[in-house]
Design a binder for this molecule. Structure first.
Ligand SMILES: [Cu+2]
Length: 750
């Protein structure tokens, strides 16, 4: 106490000496007070009001960003720019057990060249699934530029369902594009490489042995949604790769509506720069040969069948995007060029070629197919399209500007000057046939130097939200994206996505099918065959069953766990201390954790997710008995004295009273719930279902204590009564939560 007072005195003196008066806190502040105190302008306050999300408010859009080398995806809201979730895609993500439980580890291992799980990626430009050119909110795709993989996520549960290895490319462009009905998910190589992983003499063999290519991954889409998720999958056996000479391939986009059936992209070789156009229907219908287990259309056949042509560009381009209705595509190099897709299609079909590029690829005369060019007076990085017809935005990096322009009339229509250098742009649904939004985001790094607190040499990625609804564009908000090197993003109207809140009990979420290891209440068991041990367990507030698992050192052990909960957000986590395994069990999910019990000892396991107030009661113990361990000691039975027996009898009778009182509480809650028609509220109904499950589990305990009491075995009777009481408490806990929730719902309705 003395010491404490002294400290305050010293601090006070220091403040006095430095002339610092500790800041006074205002208990009550008006909007004007806050504005004045923080030096905010009216524009600042307006921007804050436009992005502020009151409690219970919902964002208009879901945004999706690939984290680049982290190999994960960020889900965020627009306009609040709040991050909702990180999802493991190309690298393990421990919170959701991705790459830690058996089911998701299999997803990642299948895509690995050497059976190891890659722990990073390079994911820059995602694509959302489309129906008739519009986002349908079902799937999301990413390409891994660093490890030549492709991934498919389901937006029903925001989980990665598929990661596949591209068996041909070593270097892959870190972006994907989908055709307008998601029949093909397109991925290209980036830097030329050998496809057979053999070394070559680069001086003499570069043109003959190094290759590039475009892969058309066939997507098997399934109408509607099943209870276990969208059943669509990429099918490797129906996918095709177009072989190309060693060009470095860059950004690409799929045609849509007016240009459906074509893919256009950037190709460079030496000092020659091109935009390519490929006829998808034609190329995917050609005869293929097999290479590395993948169907390949040989380049000679492609030439012969006129499936690819080039348009020459004046300099190296960095971006190419197709306009929303598919009428044009825009390339960005030293200047910004709007190409007429229709004219290119005609020249391509009629073979109106004026030259030939390296490898013999026919070249279409650029002048004849150009709609027009724009000079923005600086280095343009990206374009984005919005809902007003023919309107696009261009980011002028060095001039720190975003220009609004019309790609039909080729006129500038406005601009906003920024205090940073903008790079990649995104308008919600801007890459679909129906751009939707009043918002534009711009990626920026330089903003940090002046405007954000330094957090050491490496800094987070930053994207900036701009209001484009009016004639005058306005700055709204700057969002930091940690663990991320950000490039592109996509966003879709929030209501287009229909997320689920639970799986049907026993679902393997990665396959969408019922897990063969699904376990229901009362059927928990431990099976052993030699040194292979399978634990079939369940998780429910607030209990892990079984609570004790005994194995021998060296056993291969699998915990197959099913979360029996039905209630919203009742996720349980599971880990066995120091054994390096972690699982996340969302309501209904079954997942498995396999490991070798190679260290002897007692290893507690427990629920890692805060699932309820009694969350830490979810625990148990894994006993790993050392090799050659023999049970010692007596029979385990201890003879009780008369006094001890009487003591247990009294404890038992006391416990019965407590049980009766608890039952009264439960009955009261049940009556209240029934009187208030709890069954009309699905979430409350789910909670009551969970509570009933808890009580059902208790019936066996009740039978036991009654049996032992009849036999006069008071110790056993007491212990089982205690067990019954534990279940009762847990059921009461869930019941009370249901009551609170229903009360809230009824209040809302008033
Ligand atoms: Cu839990």
């Amino acid at each position: 106490m003395m010491l404490f007072t002294k400290k305050i005195l010293v601090l006070g003196l220091v403040f006095l000496m430095l002339g610092i008066v500790p800041q006074k806190l205002n208990a009550q502040q008006t909007l004007n007070d806050v504005k004045k105190e923080r030096g905010l302008t009216d524009d600042d306050v307006l921007a804050a009001t436009k992005t502020f999300m009151p409690r219970g408010g919902r964002d208009e859009y879901f945004g999706f960003v690939g984290t680049g080398n982290s190999g994960t995806m960020i889900v965020y809201g627009i306009p609040s720019m709040r991050i909702y979730k990180y999802v493991g895609v190309f690298s393990p993500e421990p919170w959701q057990g991705y790459g830690y439980d058996d089911e998701s580890s299999l997803v990642l291992k299948k895509a690995s060249l050497d059976d190891k799980i890659d722990s990073y990626g390079d994911m820059r430009f995602p694509a959302l699934s489309e129906t008739d050119g519009n986002y349908d909110g079902k799937h999301l795709f990413y390409s891994d530029g660093a490890n030549s993989r492709i991934a498919m996520l389901d937006l029903e549960d925001f989980e990665t369902k598929q990661v596949l290895s591209n068996p041909l490319f070593i270097s892959t462009f870190p972006g994907v594009a989908v055709t307008q009905n998601t029949q093909w998910v397109i991925q290209t190589s980036q830097f030329p490489s050998t496809w057979n992983s053999r070394s070559v003499d680069l001086k003499t063999d570069y043109d003959s042995k190094l290759k590039s290519g475009i892969t058309f991954w066939y997507f098997h889409s399934v109408e509607g949604t099943s209870k276990t998720g969208h059943a669509g999958r990429l099918l490797k056996e129906k996918s095709v790769t177009l072989e190309l000479p060693p060009y470095t391939l860059g950004y690409f986009d799929a045609g849509k509506l007016l240009s459906d059936g074509y893919v256009v992209g950037l190709a460079d070789k030496g000092d020659k720069h091109y935009a390519y156009i490929v006829d998808i229907k034609k190329v995917t219908g050609l005869k293929t040969i097999e290479e590395n287990g993948f169907a390949v259309v040989p380049f000679a056949s492609a030439l012969e069948n006129n499936v690819i042509a080039f348009v020459e560009l004046p300099s190296k381009a960095f971006m190419l995007k197709v306009t929303p209705k598919g009428k044009y595509f825009i390339t960005i190099d030293d200047e910004t060029t709007v190409f007429d897709f229709g004219k290119i299609k005609n020249a391509f079909t009629n073979k109106t070629y004026t030259g030939e590029a390296d490898g013999g690829i026919p070249v279409i005369d650029a002048k004849a197919v150009t709609h027009g060019t724009m000079d923005f007076g600086g280095d343009v990085i990206d374009v984005a399209f919005e809902y007003r017809p023919d309107i696009a935005y261009a980011s002028i990096h060095d001039a720190k500007k975003i220009v609004r322009w019309n790609y039909e009339t080729l006129k500038k229509e406005g601009e906003i000057t920024l205090d940073f250098m903008p790079s990649y742009l995104m308008v919600p649904q801007g890459m679909s046939a129906s751009p939707h939004s009043n918002y534009l985001t711009a990626v920026d790094k330089e903003v940090l130097y002046d405007n954000l607190t330094s957090v050491g040499p490496v800094r987070p990625s930053v994207q900036h939200l701009i209001d484009i609804s009016g004639d005058k564009m306005a700055n709204l908000y700057t969002m930091t994206l940690p663990q991320c090197n950000m490039y592109g993003s996509v966003a879709v109207l929030r209501t287009t996505i229909k997320p689920i809140i639970r799986y049907p009990t026993g679902t393997n979420s990665r396959t969408g099918e019922t897990s063969p290891f699904k376990t229901v209440a009362g059927k928990e068991k431990i099976e052993r065959q030699g040194n292979r041990v399978h634990v079939f367990g369940t998780l429910i507030r607030s209990h892990i069953t079984p609570e004790i698992v005994e194995v021998n050192q060296g056993d291969i052990v699998t915990f197959h766990l099913t979360n029996l909960e039905l209630a919203e957000d009742e996720t349980h986590g599971f880990t066995i201390d120091t054994y390096g395994k972690h699982g996340s069990f969302e309501p209904g999910k079954t997942a498995s954790l396999t490991f070798v019990a190679d260290r002897e000892g007692a290893f507690p396991y427990y629920c890692t997710e805060f699932c309820s107030a009694l969350h830490l009661e979810m625990e148990g113990i894994l006993m790993v008995k050392p090799k050659g361990y023999k049970e010692t000691g007596g029979t385990g039975e201890i003879k009780l004295t008369e006094e001890q027996l009487a003591e247990y009898k009294k404890n038992y009778e006391d416990k019965l009273q407590v049980i009766a009182q608890t039952q009264d509480v439960i009955n009261g809650v049940v009556k209240w719930l029934k009187d208030n028609n709890y069954q009309d509220h699905p979430y409350v109904k789910a909670l009551v279902g969970d509570a009933v499950d808890q009580l059902n589990k208790a019936t066996a305990a009740k039978e036991n204590y009654e049996k032992y009491a009849n036999e006069g075995k008071w110790k056993d009777a007491f212990l089982w009564a205690e067990q019954y009481f534990q279940y009762q408490v847990k059921a009461a806990d869930v019941g009370l939560r249901a009551k609170t929730l229903l009360k809230e719902k009824l209040e809302e309705e008033k």
